[in-house]
Design a protein around this ligand. Structure first.
Ligand SMILES: [Zn+2]
Length: 104
């Protein structure tokens, strides 16, 4: 008997993670935007206006993106120490399942 593939894919926008450069469904990535103050925040709605960048919901990509300056380069801004720490905290809040997964 043949396996029936359940491949009813809708057109999901694809985005590239700025840390690992993998292309994924927009929904699997977390959107970060540059705000007016020059800082960066997480856009959980995905609808905020502004220059945006995407990161996978993995600890690796958050660390690479935030600590190696990839996010800053992608958004053409610079992160303050507080902003960076805030984003790492927020990332852990919003991407709980994936980021907390390994350590538990
Ligand atoms: Zn990634």
């Amino acid at each position: 008997m043949k396996m029936r593939t359940m491949n009813i894919k809708k057109h999901t926008p694809q985005r590239t993670c700025i840390a690992c450069r993998e292309v994924k469904d927009k929904r699997e990535l977390m959107r970060l935007i540059r705000v007016h103050s020059g800082g960066v925040e997480i856009d959980t709605s995905g609808k905020k206006v502004g220059r945006g960048a995407y990161l996978c919901c993995t600890a690796e990509c958050w660390e690479n993106g935030l600590k190696q300056g990839k996010l800053e380069r992608a958004l053409r801004t610079s992160l303050s120490k507080n902003n960076r720490e805030q984003l790492i905290r927020d990332g852990k809040t919003f991407c709980k399942e994936l980021i907390g997964g390994k350590s538990k």
